[in-house]
Design a protein around this ligand. Structure first.
Ligand code: ATP
Ligand code: MG
Length: 353
């Protein structure tokens, strides 16, 4: 079976550490390992419009920002296809047919969508497009016959819903669509990186992010403002690890040589945690350690981004080229879908003549 990877980001803001550790890092690793047949990365502008219909400008501007973040992290358009969702009309057409295979109560039950509706405060005024985005996401995935979907944990229920639609389609109309599988990081702290306020996942829409393009000073300020343990007032007080954002981030981001480089007095994270729990280790010290770890990770990304920023026209050229390629594949799948459903009238007519 062919290995086809597809994944996407909504252009609702610049990309942040949650994207990096939840999916971008593994995308770059998979790309560089070359162990795949096709690899698509989509900028999901149409999906972003489902909760930003009156803010098209924001979505449009962030297409470039997201593309810059991709290139800065090492995604390479010579190896993979990077494209813009709205440039591929077959995706919208597919969505329309898949809509008939899902009912309203199933859509409302999706835990990720439920949570997103809640924090966006939509209530009954939810845009229909937003409620149905898992259906459009199924079109994005199946159009490319993608079976490997590297995502953060929040996307698991959405991929689960995509699998259900694929199953329903195939049993109703014949075996056409490929079943997708989500891949998420094994470490919990990476699969769902918490925001710097500790309240929920790091998310562009919640404003609790460290962006991949943040400058050195901003990163430090954000780290120093991180939520820790509110009862850990004096250095000598015993501290809590659970819910402590600094430890969550250390868990997600330290590398094998982080301690040797920046905190040689400890051997590993377990030792550091034990000291914090016992008391005698201050928040400033652990925050400065985390700051060093993050600065080391983000400095080269920021530098590469600066170079790509100089030539936005070239970036769009790359995105349009990717979109042309994406159209070829998606149109082929669309034809197969119509033929399986028996709505390829012209073809039937042509065959008779
Ligand atoms: P929005 O608030 O507009 O939904 P977002 O920050 O949630 O934006 P998305 O574009 O929805 O970002 O997500 C793109 C990809 O990044 C998805 O695969 C998602 O699972 C992953 N991702 C987003 N936030 C996190 C996070 N905090 N931890 C791990 N993965 C994440
Ligand atoms: Mg999201």
């Amino acid at each position: 079976m062919k290995k086809v990877i597809l994944t996407a980001d909504r252009p609702t803001g610049k990309l942040h550490l949650g994207h990096y550790i939840g999916t971008l890092k593994s995308r770059v690793e998979m790309q560089n390992a070359g162990n795949y047949d096709e690899f698509y990365v989509m900028i999901a502008d149409a999906q972003a419009l489902t909760d930003n219909a009156k803010n098209v400008q924001k979505v449009r501007e962030n297409i470039l920002e997201v593309a810059l973040d991709y290139l800065a992290c090492g995604l390479d358009p010579n190896k993979i296809c990077i494209f813009i969702q709205s440039e591929v009309p077959a995706l919208t057409e597919m969505t329309f047919y898949y809509m008939n295979l899902v009912n309203l109560s199933r859509l409302k039950r999706n835990p990720t969508v439920k949570e997103e509706i809640k924090f966006r405060g939509f209530g009954e005024n939810i845009p229909v497009g937003f409620l149905t985005y898992p259906i459009s996401q199924t079109a994005d995935i199946t159009a490319f016959n993608a079976n490997i979907i590297p995502v953060g944990e929040d996307q698991l229920p959405v991929i689960e819903q995509a699998r259900e639609i694929v199953k329903t389609f195939n049993t109703t109309y014949g075996d056409v669509l490929v079943m997708p599988d989500a891949i998420i990081p094994k470490q919990k702290s990476q699969a769902r990186l918490v925001g710097i306020d500790g309240k929920g996942k790091m998310s562009k829409s919640l404003g609790n992010c460290i962006y991949l393009s943040d400058d050195e000073k901003t990163i430090k300020e954000k780290v120093m403002s991180m939520y820790t343990d509110p009862d850990h007032i004096k250095i000598s007080d015993p501290g809590k690890i659970e819910g402590n954002v600094v430890f969550e981030y250390l868990d997600a981001f330290i590398t094998p040589d982080s301690f040797e480089k920046y905190m040689p007095e400890y051997k590993n994270l377990e030792e550091l945690k034990d000291h914090y729990k016992r008391g005698g280790l201050g928040d400033v010290k652990i925050k400065l350690f985390l700051n060093n770890v993050l600065q080391e990770l983000l400095a080269p990304i920021r530098m590469r981004r600066k170079i790509f920023e100089k030539n936005p026209e070239k970036i769009f050229e790359m995105l349009f080229k990717g979109s042309d390629q994406a159209n070829l594949i998606a149109n082929k799948t669309m034809e197969k879908i119509k033929s399986a459903m028996g709505i390829n009238y012209r073809k039937k007519f042509d065959n008779k003549n």
